[in-house]
Design a protein around this ligand. Structure first.
Ligand code: GCU
Length: 137
């Protein structure tokens, strides 16, 4: 099952800007969060099936961990998802969290929790996890 990709530069940006000065991003750039608590990127995503989905954030961080709060439809699903340093601003890795989503449209917001702001974020990818176990008797 191929993941659905949602570029950060196409999402709603609350306190940050689109940059392209570090290589390795996909799409046309990445979001450089402002170095402040509360800066965020919010994606609107659509899913087709009710099941667990992995929310995978592709990011680069040339400094130390910049944990972010992840909220789905306004509900916090992880209050401090780690985004550890990747060694350089052009080295991209992923942090992910698994959530159960119903079919339809949802918002996914990643908000900086420290005064360093967020890492540089390239995109969000959604992939469906295992389908719910069927019960049989
Ligand atoms: C550097 C880097 C930026 C990054 C920033 C930060 O300025 O070039 O891409 O966003 O550090 O610390 O957030």
């Amino acid at each position: 099952r191929a993941p659905s990709d949602y570029q950060a530069e196409d999402a709603r940006i609350g306190s940050g800007r689109v940059d392209s000065d570090h290589s390795g991003y996909t799409g046309t750039g990445f979001v450089n969060y402002d170095n402040t608590i509360g800066s965020y990127v919010e994606w609107t995503v659509t899913v087709g099936e009710s099941r667990d989905h992995d929310l995978r954030f592709r990011y680069a961080n040339g400094k130390t961990d910049r944990p972010m709060r992840i909220a789905v439809d306004g509900t916090v699903v992880d209050s401090a998802l780690p985004f550890p340093g990747t060694g350089s601003w052009s080295t991209w890795r992923a942090s992910s969290v698994t959530v159960n989503l119903d079919p339809g449209t949802h918002t996914v917001r990643a908000t900086a929790t420290t005064s360093d702001g967020g890492p540089n974020v390239d995109r969000l990818s959604l992939s469906a996890g295992s389908p719910p176990q069927e019960s049989f008797t």
